[in-house]
Design a protein around this ligand. Sequence first.
Ligand code: AHR
Length: 560
Amino acid sequence: MTKIAFVTKIDRRQFIGGSLLAAGGLVLMGPSSTKAAEGSIEILIDEPIGTILPEIYGHFVEHLGAVVYDGVWVGEASKIANIGGIRKSLIDALKKIKAPVIRYPGGCFADSYDWRNGIGDRAKRPHRTNFWAGAASEKVPPLSTSRFEPNTFGTNEFMRFCRLTGAKPYLAANLRGGTAKDFSDWVEYCNSPARSTTLAEQRAAGPTPSAEPFGVEYWGIGNESWGCGGNLTADEYSQEFRRFTAAVPGYKVPLKFVGAGASSDDLDWTRGFFAKTSEKGEGIFERIYGWGVHHYSWNVSAGRTSDWNAGKGDALNFNAEEYYELLREAQKVEKAVGDHWAVMGEFDKKHRVKILVDEWGAWHRPGTEVRPEHILGQQSTMRDALVASITLDIFNRNADKVVMGNVAQLVNCLHSLFLADGDRFLETPTYHVFDMFMPHMGAQSVRTEFSVADFSYHRNGTTANFAGLTGSASINNNMITLTVTNPHLTEPRESTIKLRGASVASAAARVLSNDEVHAHNTFDNPRAVEPRDKKVAVSGGAIVFTFAPASITQIQIRRG
Ligand code: AHR
């Protein structure tokens, strides 16, 4: 039963501009608007789903706006602390969250990139028009690196970044503008043994030399080949994919090729590719590691157009409906993963090809970027942190299907973990989600039942339901990690947490929440949003925990 209550209990500070309040003064609330709702979470420790590959917690760096310059690369001569030109604070923060993999150099940029432009003497590297130059507003200085790519940061610099952070590289090849030979040359440049080839010698020269091969395993074959990556049909892409990946030597590295998959729910692209590719016999799927689905949480509620960028809602100024709608967008990735998986299985019956969600995140309209040069840059609030926790929990729950996730993008862009501007640097609330979810990396995902009542909210003149609590659980030896998102803007949720077939010996919690769902970290107040430890009461082998409104909780449970 849904009750209607007046909003006087809602903290008005939560709504910048008061849009919800102005819109009628009503909210729909769940079964109880006066006391914390009751629910239960049961972790089925004997029902494994699959190992949560650490790569699910991966990242993405594109030559776009200020992601590379000055997010990652500040230059060796910079006064900003750096290691070989790479921002030290970023390296340290990525090491802390054990960044497993970084996708590079795009995105759409990848299909315009000639990797040869980014090697050798930096002073001699060509300056080229950046793919994203057309997206720069008139406020972007005419010769900005956001418009014109100086190629200062190239393959060797990226590999150094990976080595310094401990992340594996995941390179995206240029399928639209490059050739299959350019691609296999890049593999040779990266992976051929020291002194074995001219390209290996070139790798060992230059300002960031590496005689040792880079050993790159993950290779994306183009990016969004249905759009910016070539406007191909699925049939055409299948043909190009096969041509690019045929007989490429790996130099003892097991090459993992990733197909440029669909956007969100575009099952036709997936079906088209798998159907066409299967004409070569089902064995061809042995040679394909993954299918790179992209899923953005578009901020397009409240009747906005789905204009790819400017028509969206704001990152900081949103009302309750816009808050819930963005979280709903995040939830859609679960259906997308399931639907693509089913279509892939029609052709690849043994499911050799897995899913990489190699671009995901919230996408707001421009206006909150640190500087105009930060094309697609946006601020990141508690709402974005909830988008991240909902998404990562979905990946955990689908650990049998999803082998990698790459949040778009690492710094100064969409849904970033970091914002940087010269010597100013901060961690967004989303960074803390990655930190809190770390114990899931490499653990066994187990089925978890959430029995918590749905609640309702106003949606476009009507009402819509939302799950009371969502989350995932995993086991690593004797340690169980449960992560839970309470999406309700104003109501806490009290829940009993049990292990099926075992008892809880002890537990500890960390919570990311804030009285203001619009709260975010700024250069002046970089720690406005950060997790806090919370005591957990264990009684009779179970836990009773109250999940704060609009919060993300990590509970580490030791079983008895
Ligand atoms: O992440 C920004 C862009 O979004 C990427 O370059 C592209 O692949 C996607 O459309």
